[in-house]
Design a protein around this ligand. Structure first.
Ligand code: PRX
Length: 651
């Protein structure tokens, strides 16, 4: 620590912050001395119907069992116990709707809502182990639905409400969901956008094959007309809202599946990341407590992520609610009706902890500091960043402008697969550096290694290495739904001998041994903090009859971190080869996957650079997309191809 504090660009915590912090520097030492005892201590913050008899069973590696023999109910931990312990009147959610409507939901309210939903889902015949797809925007019912599933042991699969019907269907099929919970529509910059319609389209029979879905439960949010399939479709207000508000939670095994969440891998097929109960809730609640220095009595916490992504699962729903947090939930975009929206919300509720993504910080920078400066943001005491590396310039701006020059920033590295924060400063302990995730949180270990698995040497000029996690952690994924082979191959084969988890990220250690995450080293792009695979976009492009071949790369982008750049070869019968075709292809990708996957640029080219074995050389295409000198082209079949591609680009 002292070493880092001497760094010329380090920001140590103030003495005042350190004195009041939830944990002191000794926590690292304590965790290192006896990891399992340390995690048991964290698990003891939860309510266990039955205590475990073994902290970790790793004999079936790489599938871990944590808190073996323990039994708990996740929803009971997130809701009931706060009410039973006398905190029923505490606000759980300050919900802010996009059009300006708002709702205040206490823990008692939440308990009644979750119990109603649990009673109704039981009435529908759902039993522990059945899967439920949730395709909803940022409204309280989404959280109620998730918690009701958790309460009944029904693994949920959230599908981000920006995903297309095709993407939704793919996820429903893979998990064989029996129920979909959705809304009539969602607010998008003042206009209602249909969502139920997308569910209807997703559930259309494919040939003779109907979907696995028996019912669609619909929350009325925008009040527009929707098509109705009698017998299948059900209104939430006619069913759940009428159900009994009392429900007794049953305990489930610590390893009972809690949710499946799909994320992009290096192939076109999304991976259903499986998380279970006890270890997941232990690590999400622990990290929420120590990384954000969360104090339930006084803090007003706001995580701006969407509940459809892992950040929303772990740091809107499970971690904060297990800790009895009072939090803000906002339905809309940051610039509706204007760019003041977030700062008004912070002022209105007195937000003290604000957790967002670097891409949004850079957007705020672009809009100008006069916007946040027009508001009183003095309540903010901790700032968080997640989803991609944060560039030092954005980091400093975030601290100066949003954090009044004093709020510590926690740059939190983790993944859908890790379930919870793994590498991050602790705000009362660490002297932070702009752009560095710094050190694994107490209880977690990581290493930066070379191709052979040897630890890379410290120092700015050392070669970059791969980030690996060398010991199991409580909230780790337990597999890929329905494809355990892919689980092993994707994460554990790369460093099989050592038994390490390969994160897919590049990283380096600086002279002080502090860790900097550098971004993905595989074919996964990071667009505004969203993970999208090059293969998925390529397959959407070749799905268009005018495209013969496509290659996609992520090129640096000032605001979004990376932007999608596609190179396509058109088929001989493509009638249009100009800008109309490019527009059509962009729209096709947005339709097939989601508007977030819409390419920034599409270049029509006569050839793609390939190795003799036929592999597309993305590295070189990235050079072209970023306007750099080309790297080594000696393995190319036809080095001339770049002249043609460059000519294509300048069209
Ligand atoms: O590349 C890393 C980047 O986001 C990836 C994980 O994406 P996802 O599973 O969608 O989860 C995002 C939210 C946890 C990682 O492999 N990433 C995430 N956080 C950081 C980061 N890169 C650098 N710094 C971070 N703090």
């Amino acid at each position: 620590m002292t070493e880092t504090a001497d760094h010329p660009d380090a920001y140590p915590p103030s003495a005042e912050f350190a004195a009041a912090a939830n944990v002191d520097a000794g926590i690292y030492e304590r965790a290192a001395q006896d990891r399992e005892a340390f995690w048991a201590e964290q698990a003891d913050h939860l309510h266990w119907h039955e205590r475990w008899n073994q902290v970790l069973d790793w004999t079936d590696a790489p599938v871990a069992k944590w808190f073996v023999g323990g039994r708990l109910n996740i929803a009971y931990n997130c809701v009931d116990r706060h009410v039973l312990e006398g905190r029923g009147d505490k606000v759980a959610l300050h919900w802010e709707g996009e059009p300006g409507d708002s709702r205040t939901i206490t823990y008692s309210d939440l308990l009644a809502e979750v119990s109603r939903a649990a009673n109704y889902l039981t009435e529908l015949g759902l039993t522990a182990g059945d899967r439920v797809a949730i395709y909803m925007p940022m409204i309280p019912e989404t959280i109620v639905a998730m918690l009701a599933c958790a309460r009944l042991g029904l693994p949920h699969s959230l599908v981000f409400a920006g995903f297309s019907p095709t993407a939704l269907r793919q996820r429903i099929d893979d998990a064989e969901a029996r129920l979909v919970i959705t809304v009539d529509g969602q607010w998008r910059r003042g206009n209602p956008a249909p969502l139920k319609e997308a569910v209807d389209e997703a559930l259309l029979a494919k040939g003779d094959v109907p979907s696995s879905v028996e019912h669609v439960l619909v929350v009325r949010r925008v009040g527009t007309e929707v098509e109705w399939t009698e017998g299948r479709d059900l209104w939430w207000h006619e069913t759940v809202a009428q159900a009994d508000p009392v429900h007794e939670a049953q305990a489930f095994d610590a390893e009972h599946p809690l949710f499946i969440l799909y994320t992009s891998g290096t192939t076109g097929k999304p991976k259903g990341i499986l998380h279970t109960s006890g270890g997941y809730l232990t690590q999400t609640s622990y990290t929420h407590r120590v990384v954000f220095d969360h104090k339930p009595e006084t803090d007003v916490y706001w995580c701006t992520a969407d509940v459809g992504w892992v950040t929303g699962h772990s740091y809107i729903v499970y971690g904060p609610l297990a800790n009895g947090a009072t939090q803000v939930l906002y339905e809309g975009t940051p610039n509706f009706p204007d760019e003041h929206r977030h700062w008004q919300i912070i002022e209105k509720y007195g937000v003290t902890i604000y957790y967002t993504a670097p891409t949004l910080v850079r957007t705020f920078m672009k809009w100008g500091r006069q916007i946040p400066d027009a508001h009183d943001l003095s309540t903010i005491r901790v700032l968080g960043s997640v989803g991609e590396p944060i560039n030092p310039e954005a980091w400093r701006w975030y601290r100066d402008v949003i954090g009044s020059g004093t709020a510590p920033i926690v740059d939190t590295w983790w993944q859908t697969e890790t379930g919870a924060i793994m590498i991050s400063p602790l705000p009362g302990i660490t002297a932070t550096k702009p752009g560095a995730a710094m050190t694994p949180v107490p209880g977690v270990t990581a290493a930066v290694v070379d191709e052979e698995g040897k630890t890379v040497r410290r120092g700015e000029t050392e070669a970059n290495g791969y980030l690996v996690l060398d010991q199991p952690w409580p909230s780790m994924l337990r597999g890929i739904w329905g494809d355990m082979e892919r689980y092993r191959a994707t994460y554990w084969d790369r460093f099989r001998e050592q038994g390490w988890y390969f994160a897919g990220d590049g990283a380096k250690l600086d002279v002080n041994g502090d860790l900097w995450v550098l971004g993905r080293v595989d074919d996964v792009m990071n667009i505004s903090g969203h993970r999208i695979s090059t293969a998925e976009v390529e397959s959407a492009l070749v799905g268009h009859s005018g495209v013969a071949e496509a290659a996609v790369v992520g090129a640096s982008d000032e605001t979004t971190g990376q932007g999608i750049v596609a190179f396509v070869i058109l088929t001989a019968d493509a009638t249009d080869t100009g800008s109309a075709m490019v527009d059509e292809l962009k729209a096709e990708v947005a339709r097939a996957i989601s508007p977030i996957a819409r390419p920034r640029e599409i270049h029509v080219v006569p050839e793609l650079p390939k190795t003799r074995s036929g592999k597309i050389m993305r590295r070189l295409l990235r050079d072209v997309a970023e306007g750099r000198e080309l790297g080594d082209t000696s393995t190319l079949v036809d080095p001339q191809v770049f002249e043609a591609i460059r000519a294509g680009r300048s069209d």
